[in-house]
Design a protein around this ligand. Structure first.
Ligand code: HEM
Length: 561
Protein backbone atom coordinates (compact mmCIF):
# COMPACT_ATOMS: atom_id res chain seq x y z
CA UNK A 1 0.00 0.00 0.00
CA UNK A 2 2.85 2.37 0.88
CA UNK A 3 3.78 3.40 -2.65
CA UNK A 4 0.33 4.39 -3.80
CA UNK A 5 -0.18 6.41 -0.66
CA UNK A 6 3.03 8.33 -1.18
CA UNK A 7 1.99 9.35 -4.69
CA UNK A 8 -1.54 10.14 -3.69
CA UNK A 9 -0.45 12.44 -0.85
CA UNK A 10 2.07 14.40 -2.89
CA UNK A 11 0.17 17.45 -4.14
CA UNK A 12 1.90 19.17 -7.03
CA UNK A 13 2.01 22.64 -5.42
CA UNK A 14 4.17 21.33 -2.57
CA UNK A 15 6.58 20.13 -5.20
CA UNK A 16 6.74 23.52 -6.94
CA UNK A 17 7.22 25.25 -3.61
CA UNK A 18 9.98 22.78 -2.68
CA UNK A 19 11.83 23.29 -5.97
CA UNK A 20 11.88 27.09 -5.59
CA UNK A 21 13.13 26.81 -1.99
CA UNK A 22 15.66 23.92 -2.11
CA UNK A 23 16.53 23.60 -5.81
CA UNK A 24 15.51 20.94 -8.32
CA UNK A 25 18.46 18.58 -7.63
CA UNK A 26 17.84 18.44 -3.89
CA UNK A 27 14.15 17.91 -4.37
CA UNK A 28 14.84 15.16 -6.92
CA UNK A 29 17.25 13.47 -4.49
CA UNK A 30 14.76 13.72 -1.64
CA UNK A 31 12.07 12.27 -3.86
CA UNK A 32 14.36 9.41 -4.86
CA UNK A 33 15.03 8.57 -1.21
CA UNK A 34 11.31 8.70 -0.39
CA UNK A 35 10.50 6.44 -3.33
CA UNK A 36 13.31 4.02 -2.43
CA UNK A 37 12.15 3.81 1.19
CA UNK A 38 8.58 3.35 -0.02
CA UNK A 39 9.57 0.53 -2.37
CA UNK A 40 11.63 -1.22 0.32
CA UNK A 41 8.84 -0.95 2.91
CA UNK A 42 6.32 -2.17 0.37
CA UNK A 43 8.51 -5.11 -0.67
CA UNK A 44 9.04 -6.07 2.97
CA UNK A 45 5.27 -6.11 3.38
CA UNK A 46 4.91 -8.32 0.27
CA UNK A 47 7.54 -10.79 1.45
CA UNK A 48 6.05 -10.98 4.93
CA UNK A 49 2.66 -11.79 3.47
CA UNK A 50 4.24 -14.25 1.05
CA UNK A 51 5.80 -16.19 3.93
CA UNK A 52 2.35 -16.92 5.33
CA UNK A 53 0.53 -17.64 2.07
CA UNK A 54 0.47 -20.77 -0.15
CA UNK A 55 3.75 -21.31 -2.02
CA UNK A 56 4.55 -19.90 -5.43
CA UNK A 57 7.29 -18.23 -7.46
CA UNK A 58 9.33 -15.52 -5.80
CA UNK A 59 7.85 -12.05 -6.51
CA UNK A 60 9.81 -8.94 -7.50
CA UNK A 61 9.10 -5.53 -5.94
CA UNK A 62 6.14 -3.71 -7.51
CA UNK A 63 5.81 -6.04 -10.52
CA UNK A 64 5.42 -9.26 -8.50
CA UNK A 65 5.39 -12.22 -10.89
CA UNK A 66 3.49 -10.48 -13.67
CA UNK A 67 6.25 -10.82 -16.23
CA UNK A 68 6.55 -14.55 -15.61
CA UNK A 69 3.07 -15.01 -17.06
CA UNK A 70 3.03 -16.81 -20.41
CA UNK A 71 1.71 -15.08 -23.52
CA UNK A 72 -1.20 -17.49 -23.82
CA UNK A 73 -3.36 -19.76 -21.72
CA UNK A 74 -2.08 -18.96 -18.23
CA UNK A 75 -4.27 -21.78 -16.82
CA UNK A 76 -1.73 -24.29 -18.21
CA UNK A 77 1.07 -22.43 -16.47
CA UNK A 78 -0.76 -22.37 -13.11
CA UNK A 79 -1.43 -26.09 -13.45
CA UNK A 80 2.32 -26.61 -13.98
CA UNK A 81 3.19 -24.43 -10.97
CA UNK A 82 0.83 -26.45 -8.82
CA UNK A 83 2.66 -29.63 -9.85
CA UNK A 84 6.06 -27.99 -9.38
CA UNK A 85 5.29 -26.86 -5.83
CA UNK A 86 3.35 -30.06 -5.18
CA UNK A 87 0.41 -28.22 -3.71
CA UNK A 88 -3.21 -27.76 -4.85
CA UNK A 89 -3.09 -24.01 -4.19
CA UNK A 90 -0.40 -21.58 -5.20
CA UNK A 91 0.18 -17.87 -4.77
CA UNK A 92 1.07 -15.77 -7.78
CA UNK A 93 1.66 -12.03 -7.53
CA UNK A 94 0.02 -9.85 -10.16
CA UNK A 95 1.99 -6.70 -9.41
CA UNK A 96 1.52 -6.09 -5.70
CA UNK A 97 -1.64 -8.19 -5.52
CA UNK A 98 -1.30 -11.74 -4.28
CA UNK A 99 -3.62 -14.01 -6.26
CA UNK A 100 -4.38 -17.55 -5.17
CA UNK A 101 -4.99 -20.27 -7.76
CA UNK A 102 -6.85 -23.45 -6.81
CA UNK A 103 -5.85 -26.35 -9.03
CA UNK A 104 -7.67 -29.25 -7.47
CA UNK A 105 -11.36 -30.21 -7.15
CA UNK A 106 -11.27 -31.15 -3.46
CA UNK A 107 -9.61 -27.93 -2.42
CA UNK A 108 -12.00 -25.90 -4.57
CA UNK A 109 -14.92 -27.70 -2.98
CA UNK A 110 -13.53 -27.20 0.55
CA UNK A 111 -12.89 -23.49 0.13
CA UNK A 112 -15.40 -22.21 -2.40
CA UNK A 113 -18.35 -24.52 -1.68
CA UNK A 114 -18.04 -25.62 1.97
CA UNK A 115 -16.74 -22.24 3.11
CA UNK A 116 -19.06 -20.40 0.72
CA UNK A 117 -19.98 -17.85 3.39
CA UNK A 118 -16.34 -16.73 3.52
CA UNK A 119 -15.46 -16.96 -0.19
CA UNK A 120 -18.61 -15.19 -1.40
CA UNK A 121 -17.12 -11.86 -2.46
CA UNK A 122 -15.24 -10.62 -5.50
CA UNK A 123 -11.91 -8.79 -5.28
CA UNK A 124 -11.35 -5.33 -6.65
CA UNK A 125 -10.94 -5.85 -10.41
CA UNK A 126 -9.66 -2.93 -12.38
CA UNK A 127 -9.99 -4.20 -15.92
CA UNK A 128 -12.95 -6.54 -15.75
CA UNK A 129 -14.99 -4.51 -13.28
CA UNK A 130 -14.03 -0.87 -12.81
CA UNK A 131 -13.18 -0.17 -16.45
CA UNK A 132 -15.42 -2.91 -17.82
CA UNK A 133 -18.83 -4.20 -16.77
CA UNK A 134 -18.77 -2.16 -13.54
CA UNK A 135 -17.85 -3.30 -10.03
CA UNK A 136 -21.52 -2.86 -9.08
CA UNK A 137 -22.70 -5.32 -11.67
CA UNK A 138 -23.91 -8.50 -9.93
CA UNK A 139 -21.17 -10.58 -11.55
CA UNK A 140 -18.48 -8.34 -10.00
CA UNK A 141 -20.18 -7.19 -6.83
CA UNK A 142 -17.97 -7.02 -3.73
CA UNK A 143 -19.81 -8.31 -0.65
CA UNK A 144 -17.65 -7.45 2.33
CA UNK A 145 -20.07 -5.12 4.14
CA UNK A 146 -23.62 -5.99 5.31
CA UNK A 147 -25.03 -3.33 2.93
CA UNK A 148 -23.18 -4.85 -0.04
CA UNK A 149 -24.38 -8.32 0.94
CA UNK A 150 -27.96 -7.08 1.09
CA UNK A 151 -27.63 -5.58 -2.38
CA UNK A 152 -26.07 -8.79 -3.66
CA UNK A 153 -29.00 -10.83 -2.29
CA UNK A 154 -31.49 -8.49 -3.98
CA UNK A 155 -29.73 -8.56 -7.38
CA UNK A 156 -29.23 -12.31 -7.22
CA UNK A 157 -32.89 -12.80 -6.28
CA UNK A 158 -33.97 -10.72 -9.26
CA UNK A 159 -31.68 -12.75 -11.52
CA UNK A 160 -33.23 -15.95 -10.17
CA UNK A 161 -36.68 -14.57 -10.86
CA UNK A 162 -35.49 -14.48 -14.47
CA UNK A 163 -33.37 -17.61 -14.86
CA UNK A 164 -33.69 -19.60 -11.62
CA UNK A 165 -34.22 -23.37 -11.58
CA UNK A 166 -38.00 -23.13 -11.38
CA UNK A 167 -38.27 -20.27 -13.86
CA UNK A 168 -36.34 -21.93 -16.65
CA UNK A 169 -38.81 -24.80 -16.85
CA UNK A 170 -41.23 -22.20 -18.24
CA UNK A 171 -38.82 -21.54 -21.10
CA UNK A 172 -38.56 -25.11 -22.28
CA UNK A 173 -41.04 -24.74 -25.13
CA UNK A 174 -39.30 -21.88 -26.91
CA UNK A 175 -35.85 -23.19 -26.01
CA UNK A 176 -36.82 -26.49 -27.59
CA UNK A 177 -38.20 -24.67 -30.65
CA UNK A 178 -35.02 -22.62 -31.09
CA UNK A 179 -33.00 -25.82 -30.84
CA UNK A 180 -35.19 -27.42 -33.54
CA UNK A 181 -34.47 -24.40 -35.74
CA UNK A 182 -30.73 -25.06 -35.27
CA UNK A 183 -31.21 -28.59 -36.62
CA UNK A 184 -33.20 -27.21 -39.56
CA UNK A 185 -30.53 -24.61 -40.32
CA UNK A 186 -27.83 -27.27 -40.19
CA UNK A 187 -29.55 -29.09 -43.06
CA UNK A 188 -29.24 -26.11 -45.39
CA UNK A 189 -25.98 -24.47 -44.26
CA UNK A 190 -24.04 -26.96 -42.13
CA UNK A 191 -20.79 -25.05 -42.74
CA UNK A 192 -22.25 -22.14 -40.72
CA UNK A 193 -22.72 -24.23 -37.59
CA UNK A 194 -20.99 -21.67 -35.37
CA UNK A 195 -23.37 -18.92 -36.51
CA UNK A 196 -26.37 -21.20 -35.92
CA UNK A 197 -25.27 -21.92 -32.35
CA UNK A 198 -24.65 -18.25 -31.64
CA UNK A 199 -28.05 -17.32 -33.00
CA UNK A 200 -29.71 -20.04 -30.92
CA UNK A 201 -28.02 -19.07 -27.63
CA UNK A 202 -28.61 -15.36 -28.19
CA UNK A 203 -32.21 -15.85 -29.22
CA UNK A 204 -33.06 -17.88 -26.12
CA UNK A 205 -31.77 -15.20 -23.72
CA UNK A 206 -33.29 -12.45 -25.86
CA UNK A 207 -36.76 -14.05 -25.64
CA UNK A 208 -36.34 -14.46 -21.88
CA UNK A 209 -35.11 -10.91 -21.46
CA UNK A 210 -37.02 -8.90 -23.99
CA UNK A 211 -39.72 -11.12 -25.49
CA UNK A 212 -38.01 -10.83 -28.88
CA UNK A 213 -36.33 -13.63 -30.76
CA UNK A 214 -33.15 -13.26 -32.77
CA UNK A 215 -34.05 -14.86 -36.08
CA UNK A 216 -30.93 -14.11 -38.09
CA UNK A 217 -27.19 -14.23 -37.51
CA UNK A 218 -27.04 -10.75 -39.06
CA UNK A 219 -29.13 -9.29 -36.24
CA UNK A 220 -27.07 -6.46 -34.65
CA UNK A 221 -27.46 -8.11 -31.26
CA UNK A 222 -25.17 -10.80 -32.62
CA UNK A 223 -22.92 -8.76 -34.87
CA UNK A 224 -22.33 -6.01 -32.30
CA UNK A 225 -23.06 -7.27 -28.80
CA UNK A 226 -21.63 -10.76 -29.06
CA UNK A 227 -18.59 -9.41 -30.89
CA UNK A 228 -18.01 -7.06 -27.97
CA UNK A 229 -18.39 -9.92 -25.47
CA UNK A 230 -15.74 -11.89 -27.37
CA UNK A 231 -13.39 -8.95 -27.23
CA UNK A 232 -13.98 -8.52 -23.51
CA UNK A 233 -13.29 -12.22 -22.91
CA UNK A 234 -10.03 -11.96 -24.85
CA UNK A 235 -8.87 -8.84 -23.03
CA UNK A 236 -9.57 -10.20 -19.56
CA UNK A 237 -7.11 -13.06 -19.42
CA UNK A 238 -4.34 -12.54 -16.82
CA UNK A 239 -1.33 -11.50 -18.83
CA UNK A 240 1.65 -9.23 -19.16
CA UNK A 241 0.21 -7.05 -21.92
CA UNK A 242 -2.33 -4.26 -21.81
CA UNK A 243 -5.04 -3.86 -20.77
CA UNK A 244 -4.47 -6.55 -18.09
CA UNK A 245 -1.10 -5.00 -17.26
CA UNK A 246 -3.07 -2.19 -15.61
CA UNK A 247 -3.79 -4.64 -12.76
CA UNK A 248 -0.03 -4.44 -12.13
CA UNK A 249 0.21 -0.67 -12.65
CA UNK A 250 -3.20 0.60 -11.48
CA UNK A 251 -2.13 4.24 -11.71
CA UNK A 252 -2.23 3.94 -15.51
CA UNK A 253 -5.99 3.39 -15.34
CA UNK A 254 -6.43 6.95 -14.12
CA UNK A 255 -5.26 8.49 -17.37
CA UNK A 256 -8.30 9.61 -19.40
CA UNK A 257 -9.19 6.95 -21.96
CA UNK A 258 -8.72 9.25 -24.95
CA UNK A 259 -5.01 9.70 -24.04
CA UNK A 260 -4.41 6.11 -22.97
CA UNK A 261 -4.19 3.64 -25.86
CA UNK A 262 -3.26 0.91 -23.33
CA UNK A 263 -6.84 1.04 -22.04
CA UNK A 264 -8.10 -0.33 -25.34
CA UNK A 265 -11.07 2.05 -25.12
CA UNK A 266 -12.13 0.70 -21.73
CA UNK A 267 -13.51 2.98 -19.08
CA UNK A 268 -14.63 5.67 -21.49
CA UNK A 269 -17.10 8.00 -19.81
CA UNK A 270 -18.94 8.37 -23.11
CA UNK A 271 -19.88 4.72 -23.19
CA UNK A 272 -20.61 4.64 -19.46
CA UNK A 273 -19.57 1.13 -18.50
CA UNK A 274 -19.61 -0.91 -21.64
CA UNK A 275 -22.90 -0.18 -23.33
CA UNK A 276 -25.00 0.15 -20.18
CA UNK A 277 -27.31 2.73 -21.70
CA UNK A 278 -27.86 0.44 -24.64
CA UNK A 279 -29.10 -2.43 -22.46
CA UNK A 280 -31.30 -0.06 -20.47
CA UNK A 281 -32.86 1.13 -23.73
CA UNK A 282 -33.45 -2.44 -24.87
CA UNK A 283 -35.10 -3.23 -21.54
CA UNK A 284 -37.33 -0.15 -21.50
CA UNK A 285 -38.28 -0.72 -25.14
CA UNK A 286 -39.41 -4.25 -24.21
CA UNK A 287 -41.18 -2.87 -21.15
CA UNK A 288 -43.23 -0.43 -23.21
CA UNK A 289 -44.17 -2.93 -25.89
CA UNK A 290 -47.49 -4.70 -25.29
CA UNK A 291 -47.40 -8.52 -24.99
CA UNK A 292 -44.92 -10.97 -23.44
CA UNK A 293 -45.90 -9.74 -20.02
CA UNK A 294 -43.67 -12.28 -18.30
CA UNK A 295 -40.38 -11.22 -19.92
CA UNK A 296 -37.46 -10.37 -17.64
CA UNK A 297 -37.29 -6.68 -18.63
CA UNK A 298 -40.90 -6.13 -17.60
CA UNK A 299 -40.30 -7.90 -14.32
CA UNK A 300 -37.32 -5.61 -13.62
CA UNK A 301 -39.41 -2.48 -14.17
CA UNK A 302 -42.23 -3.90 -12.05
CA UNK A 303 -39.79 -4.54 -9.21
CA UNK A 304 -37.88 -1.28 -9.70
CA UNK A 305 -39.52 0.56 -6.83
CA UNK A 306 -39.54 -2.33 -4.37
CA UNK A 307 -35.81 -2.94 -4.84
CA UNK A 308 -34.92 0.69 -5.51
CA UNK A 309 -33.28 -0.38 -8.77
CA UNK A 310 -31.05 2.22 -10.39
CA UNK A 311 -30.88 2.66 -14.17
CA UNK A 312 -27.40 1.13 -14.20
CA UNK A 313 -28.61 -1.90 -12.28
CA UNK A 314 -31.49 -2.54 -14.67
CA UNK A 315 -29.07 -2.14 -17.53
CA UNK A 316 -26.54 -4.53 -16.00
CA UNK A 317 -29.11 -7.18 -15.07
CA UNK A 318 -30.58 -7.11 -18.57
CA UNK A 319 -27.15 -6.99 -20.25
CA UNK A 320 -25.89 -9.92 -18.18
CA UNK A 321 -28.23 -12.22 -20.06
CA UNK A 322 -26.17 -11.62 -23.18
CA UNK A 323 -22.86 -11.10 -21.42
CA UNK A 324 -23.01 -14.26 -19.34
CA UNK A 325 -25.40 -16.45 -21.24
CA UNK A 326 -24.78 -16.26 -24.94
CA UNK A 327 -21.12 -16.80 -25.79
CA UNK A 328 -20.82 -19.41 -23.02
CA UNK A 329 -23.70 -21.54 -24.32
CA UNK A 330 -22.72 -21.32 -28.00
CA UNK A 331 -19.04 -22.08 -27.29
CA UNK A 332 -20.10 -25.20 -25.39
CA UNK A 333 -22.04 -26.41 -28.44
CA UNK A 334 -19.01 -25.84 -30.69
CA UNK A 335 -16.95 -27.91 -28.26
CA UNK A 336 -19.59 -30.66 -28.49
CA UNK A 337 -19.19 -30.75 -32.28
CA UNK A 338 -15.40 -30.94 -31.95
CA UNK A 339 -15.75 -33.84 -29.51
CA UNK A 340 -18.14 -35.65 -31.85
CA UNK A 341 -15.78 -35.13 -34.78
CA UNK A 342 -12.65 -36.18 -32.89
CA UNK A 343 -14.11 -39.12 -30.93
CA UNK A 344 -16.65 -40.79 -33.26
CA UNK A 345 -16.60 -44.04 -31.26
CA UNK A 346 -18.49 -42.26 -28.46
CA UNK A 347 -21.46 -41.74 -30.80
CA UNK A 348 -22.19 -45.44 -31.33
CA UNK A 349 -23.64 -46.13 -27.84
CA UNK A 350 -25.44 -42.75 -28.04
CA UNK A 351 -27.15 -43.68 -31.31
CA UNK A 352 -28.07 -47.10 -29.96
CA UNK A 353 -29.69 -45.48 -26.91
CA UNK A 354 -31.43 -42.70 -28.85
CA UNK A 355 -32.82 -45.02 -31.52
CA UNK A 356 -34.11 -47.41 -28.86
CA UNK A 357 -35.71 -44.76 -26.63
CA UNK A 358 -36.67 -41.99 -29.04
CA UNK A 359 -36.78 -43.65 -32.45
CA UNK A 360 -36.12 -41.85 -35.74
CA UNK A 361 -39.43 -40.12 -36.41
CA UNK A 362 -39.03 -37.42 -33.78
CA UNK A 363 -36.08 -35.81 -32.07
CA UNK A 364 -35.35 -36.14 -28.32
CA UNK A 365 -37.32 -33.94 -25.96
CA UNK A 366 -36.85 -32.85 -22.34
CA UNK A 367 -39.06 -35.73 -21.17
CA UNK A 368 -36.60 -38.25 -22.61
CA UNK A 369 -33.75 -37.14 -20.37
CA UNK A 370 -34.41 -39.66 -17.59
CA UNK A 371 -34.37 -42.53 -20.10
CA UNK A 372 -31.13 -41.51 -21.79
CA UNK A 373 -28.40 -42.04 -19.18
CA UNK A 374 -25.58 -42.29 -21.73
CA UNK A 375 -26.69 -39.09 -23.44
CA UNK A 376 -26.72 -37.39 -20.06
CA UNK A 377 -23.19 -38.67 -19.41
CA UNK A 378 -22.16 -37.45 -22.88
CA UNK A 379 -23.26 -33.89 -22.13
CA UNK A 380 -21.58 -33.92 -18.73
CA UNK A 381 -18.36 -34.93 -20.47
CA UNK A 382 -18.78 -32.01 -22.90
CA UNK A 383 -18.96 -29.68 -19.88
CA UNK A 384 -15.90 -31.32 -18.33
CA UNK A 385 -13.66 -31.95 -21.33
CA UNK A 386 -13.26 -28.34 -22.50
CA UNK A 387 -15.08 -26.12 -20.01
CA UNK A 388 -15.85 -22.77 -21.54
CA UNK A 389 -15.21 -20.62 -18.43
CA UNK A 390 -11.76 -22.11 -18.15
CA UNK A 391 -10.67 -20.17 -15.06
CA UNK A 392 -14.11 -20.36 -13.46
CA UNK A 393 -15.24 -16.88 -14.53
CA UNK A 394 -14.46 -14.01 -12.20
CA UNK A 395 -12.35 -14.59 -9.10
CA UNK A 396 -13.87 -15.09 -5.65
CA UNK A 397 -12.56 -13.24 -2.59
CA UNK A 398 -12.80 -14.10 1.11
CA UNK A 399 -14.65 -11.60 3.30
CA UNK A 400 -12.23 -12.30 6.18
CA UNK A 401 -8.75 -13.76 6.63
CA UNK A 402 -8.91 -17.52 6.26
CA UNK A 403 -6.49 -20.45 6.70
CA UNK A 404 -6.15 -23.55 4.58
CA UNK A 405 -3.63 -26.26 5.55
CA UNK A 406 -1.90 -23.66 7.69
CA UNK A 407 -1.62 -21.14 4.84
CA UNK A 408 -3.10 -17.68 5.15
CA UNK A 409 -5.52 -16.45 2.51
CA UNK A 410 -5.99 -12.78 3.44
CA UNK A 411 -9.31 -10.98 3.23
CA UNK A 412 -10.13 -9.69 -0.29
CA UNK A 413 -7.47 -11.85 -1.99
CA UNK A 414 -8.14 -12.70 -5.62
CA UNK A 415 -8.96 -16.46 -5.48
CA UNK A 416 -9.37 -18.19 -8.81
CA UNK A 417 -10.53 -21.74 -9.49
CA UNK A 418 -8.39 -23.15 -12.30
CA UNK A 419 -11.07 -25.24 -13.98
CA UNK A 420 -8.61 -26.48 -16.59
CA UNK A 421 -6.39 -28.03 -13.91
CA UNK A 422 -9.38 -29.27 -11.89
CA UNK A 423 -10.86 -31.05 -14.91
CA UNK A 424 -7.49 -32.36 -16.06
CA UNK A 425 -6.36 -34.07 -12.91
CA UNK A 426 -5.45 -37.67 -13.77
CA UNK A 427 -6.69 -38.82 -10.39
CA UNK A 428 -10.31 -37.85 -11.14
CA UNK A 429 -10.16 -38.01 -14.94
CA UNK A 430 -7.52 -40.46 -16.19
CA UNK A 431 -6.29 -39.60 -19.71
CA UNK A 432 -8.10 -36.27 -19.34
CA UNK A 433 -7.89 -35.06 -22.94
CA UNK A 434 -9.66 -38.16 -24.13
CA UNK A 435 -13.37 -37.41 -24.51
CA UNK A 436 -14.96 -40.28 -22.61
CA UNK A 437 -18.64 -40.08 -21.52
CA UNK A 438 -18.20 -43.32 -19.54
CA UNK A 439 -16.60 -41.27 -16.78
CA UNK A 440 -20.14 -40.13 -15.95
CA UNK A 441 -21.92 -43.46 -16.39
CA UNK A 442 -22.97 -44.77 -13.00
CA UNK A 443 -20.80 -47.62 -11.69
CA UNK A 444 -18.67 -47.64 -14.85
CA UNK A 445 -15.00 -48.57 -14.25
CA UNK A 446 -13.95 -45.20 -15.78
CA UNK A 447 -15.95 -43.25 -13.16
CA UNK A 448 -13.96 -41.74 -10.25
CA UNK A 449 -15.00 -39.94 -7.06
CA UNK A 450 -15.46 -36.20 -7.45
CA UNK A 451 -16.84 -33.69 -4.94
CA UNK A 452 -20.46 -32.65 -5.51
CA UNK A 453 -23.25 -34.46 -7.25
CA UNK A 454 -22.72 -33.10 -10.77
CA UNK A 455 -19.21 -34.39 -11.25
CA UNK A 456 -17.84 -31.17 -12.78
CA UNK A 457 -17.17 -27.57 -11.74
CA UNK A 458 -17.97 -25.84 -15.02
CA UNK A 459 -20.42 -23.40 -13.47
CA UNK A 460 -18.39 -22.21 -10.51
CA UNK A 461 -18.99 -22.47 -6.80
CA UNK A 462 -20.82 -21.51 -3.65
CA UNK A 463 -22.81 -18.30 -3.48
CA UNK A 464 -21.39 -17.08 -6.79
CA UNK A 465 -22.25 -20.22 -8.74
CA UNK A 466 -23.56 -19.37 -12.21
CA UNK A 467 -27.09 -17.96 -11.98
CA UNK A 468 -27.93 -19.34 -15.42
CA UNK A 469 -26.71 -22.88 -14.75
CA UNK A 470 -30.14 -24.53 -14.98
CA UNK A 471 -30.92 -22.74 -18.23
CA UNK A 472 -27.55 -23.60 -19.75
CA UNK A 473 -27.66 -27.23 -18.62
CA UNK A 474 -31.14 -27.91 -19.94
CA UNK A 475 -30.47 -26.15 -23.25
CA UNK A 476 -27.11 -27.83 -23.79
CA UNK A 477 -28.52 -31.24 -23.00
CA UNK A 478 -31.37 -30.81 -25.43
CA UNK A 479 -29.35 -29.36 -28.30
CA UNK A 480 -26.46 -31.80 -28.01
CA UNK A 481 -28.91 -34.74 -27.78
CA UNK A 482 -30.67 -33.44 -30.89
CA UNK A 483 -27.36 -33.02 -32.75
CA UNK A 484 -26.23 -36.54 -31.88
CA UNK A 485 -29.64 -38.00 -32.73
CA UNK A 486 -29.90 -36.20 -36.05
CA UNK A 487 -26.47 -35.91 -37.60
CA UNK A 488 -23.29 -37.63 -38.68
CA UNK A 489 -20.41 -35.38 -37.73
CA UNK A 490 -17.51 -36.50 -39.86
CA UNK A 491 -14.23 -35.20 -41.27
CA UNK A 492 -14.58 -32.50 -43.91
CA UNK A 493 -12.62 -33.33 -47.08
CA UNK A 494 -10.07 -31.09 -48.78
CA UNK A 495 -9.96 -30.50 -52.55
CA UNK A 496 -8.03 -33.79 -53.02
CA UNK A 497 -10.68 -35.70 -51.08
CA UNK A 498 -8.44 -36.11 -48.04
CA UNK A 499 -9.93 -35.77 -44.52
CA UNK A 500 -9.09 -32.40 -42.90
CA UNK A 501 -7.72 -33.07 -39.42
CA UNK A 502 -8.89 -31.26 -36.30
CA UNK A 503 -6.77 -30.22 -33.32
CA UNK A 504 -8.46 -30.78 -29.96
CA UNK A 505 -6.04 -28.34 -28.30
CA UNK A 506 -6.56 -25.47 -30.70
CA UNK A 507 -8.69 -23.19 -28.53
CA UNK A 508 -8.97 -19.44 -28.20
CA UNK A 509 -7.15 -17.66 -25.40
CA UNK A 510 -10.26 -16.04 -23.90
CA UNK A 511 -11.64 -16.00 -20.40
CA UNK A 512 -14.42 -17.92 -22.13
CA UNK A 513 -12.68 -20.23 -24.55
CA UNK A 514 -13.96 -21.94 -27.67
CA UNK A 515 -12.36 -24.03 -30.42
CA UNK A 516 -10.63 -22.08 -33.16
CA UNK A 517 -12.62 -22.40 -36.40
CA UNK A 518 -12.47 -25.93 -37.79
CA UNK A 519 -14.02 -27.62 -40.79
CA UNK A 520 -16.35 -30.54 -40.35
CA UNK A 521 -19.01 -32.38 -42.35
CA UNK A 522 -22.48 -32.31 -40.78
CA UNK A 523 -25.10 -34.44 -42.55
CA UNK A 524 -28.41 -35.96 -41.43
CA UNK A 525 -28.03 -39.59 -40.38
CA UNK A 526 -30.66 -40.78 -42.86
CA UNK A 527 -33.64 -39.62 -44.92
CA UNK A 528 -36.21 -40.51 -42.26
CA UNK A 529 -34.41 -38.36 -39.72
CA UNK A 530 -33.97 -35.55 -42.25
CA UNK A 531 -37.72 -35.44 -42.80
CA UNK A 532 -38.36 -35.35 -39.05
CA UNK A 533 -35.93 -32.43 -38.70
CA UNK A 534 -37.67 -30.48 -41.49
CA UNK A 535 -41.14 -31.16 -40.07
CA UNK A 536 -40.16 -30.18 -36.53
CA UNK A 537 -38.11 -27.17 -37.62
CA UNK A 538 -40.89 -25.68 -39.72
CA UNK A 539 -43.42 -26.19 -36.95
CA UNK A 540 -40.98 -24.57 -34.50
CA UNK A 541 -40.69 -21.49 -36.72
CA UNK A 542 -44.47 -21.17 -36.75
CA UNK A 543 -44.62 -21.53 -32.98
CA UNK A 544 -41.88 -18.92 -32.54
CA UNK A 545 -43.64 -16.35 -34.75
CA UNK A 546 -45.12 -14.40 -31.80
CA UNK A 547 -41.55 -13.57 -30.74
CA UNK A 548 -40.58 -12.02 -34.07
CA UNK A 549 -39.72 -8.34 -33.82
CA UNK A 550 -37.07 -5.69 -34.25
CA UNK A 551 -35.34 -3.35 -31.89
CA UNK A 552 -34.73 0.23 -32.93
CA UNK A 553 -31.53 0.36 -30.88
CA UNK A 554 -28.00 -0.37 -32.02
CA UNK A 555 -25.11 -0.73 -29.64
CA UNK A 556 -22.80 1.03 -32.09
CA UNK A 557 -24.87 4.22 -31.79
CA UNK A 558 -24.41 4.26 -28.02
CA UNK A 559 -20.76 3.42 -28.11
CA UNK A 560 -19.99 6.31 -30.42
CA UNK A 561 -21.24 8.40 -27.53
C1 HEM B 1 -22.54 -23.11 -20.67
C2 HEM B 1 -23.02 -21.99 -20.19
C3 HEM B 1 -22.49 -21.27 -18.99
C4 HEM B 1 -21.34 -21.48 -18.26
C5 HEM B 1 -20.28 -22.56 -18.47
C6 HEM B 1 -21.31 -20.49 -17.21
C7 HEM B 1 -20.31 -20.41 -16.26
C8 HEM B 1 -20.27 -19.45 -15.27
C9 HEM B 1 -19.23 -19.34 -14.27
C10 HEM B 1 -18.02 -20.25 -14.18
C11 HEM B 1 -19.53 -18.29 -13.47
C12 HEM B 1 -18.71 -17.79 -12.27
C13 HEM B 1 -19.10 -18.61 -11.06
C14 HEM B 1 -18.29 -18.32 -9.83
O1 HEM B 1 -17.84 -17.19 -9.65
O2 HEM B 1 -18.09 -19.24 -9.02
C15 HEM B 1 -20.77 -17.74 -13.93
C16 HEM B 1 -21.40 -16.66 -13.35
C17 HEM B 1 -22.59 -16.14 -13.79
N1 HEM B 1 -23.36 -16.62 -14.83
FE1 HEM B 1 -22.95 -18.21 -16.03
N2 HEM B 1 -22.41 -19.70 -17.33
C18 HEM B 1 -23.16 -20.14 -18.39
C19 HEM B 1 -24.36 -19.64 -18.81
C20 HEM B 1 -25.06 -18.63 -18.18
C21 HEM B 1 -26.37 -18.17 -18.55
C22 HEM B 1 -27.22 -18.81 -19.67
C23 HEM B 1 -26.69 -17.13 -17.74
C24 HEM B 1 -27.92 -16.27 -17.68
C25 HEM B 1 -28.79 -16.18 -18.60
C26 HEM B 1 -25.57 -16.93 -16.82
C27 HEM B 1 -25.51 -15.97 -15.84
C28 HEM B 1 -24.48 -15.83 -14.93
C29 HEM B 1 -24.42 -14.78 -13.90
C30 HEM B 1 -25.46 -13.68 -13.67
C31 HEM B 1 -23.24 -15.00 -13.18
C32 HEM B 1 -22.70 -14.17 -12.01
C33 HEM B 1 -23.07 -14.81 -10.69
C34 HEM B 1 -22.55 -14.03 -9.48
O3 HEM B 1 -21.47 -13.44 -9.52
O4 HEM B 1 -23.22 -14.04 -8.43
N3 HEM B 1 -24.61 -17.86 -17.13
N4 HEM B 1 -21.21 -18.45 -15.02
Amino acid sequence: MAIEQIFETLPIHYLQHGISKFGAVNVALALLVIVAVGVIADYAWMLRLRSKMPPGPFPYPIIGNTFQLPDHKPWLYFEELSKKYNTPIITFWIGRNATVWINDAWTASELLDKRAGIYCSRPRMLVFAELGAGQNNLVNLITTTPAQRERFRALRKLTHQGVGIQQVKRYRDFQNDESKVVALDLLSTPENYVAHFERYATSVVSIIGFGRRVGSSDDPIITEVIALMHRAADLNVPGKTFPMLMETFPALARVPTEYAPWKHGMGSKKTSHRGHDFFYSLASEANEKPGHEDCYAKMLFKEQEKYNLQTKEISALAGNLFGAGSDTSSSTLITAVLAMRAFPETLIPAWEELDRVVGQDRSPDFDDDANLPYMRAFVKEVFRWRSVAIIGGQPHAPVQDDYYNGYLIPKSTWVQGNVWAIHHNDREFPDPDHFNPNRFVKNHPDARPFPGERGYMTFGWGRRVCSGQALAEQGTWLTVARLVWGFRIEPALDERGQPIPVDIFDYTNGLNMRPQPFKVSIKPRNERIRQAIVREGEQALTDLAPYEGETKYRMSTFRKG
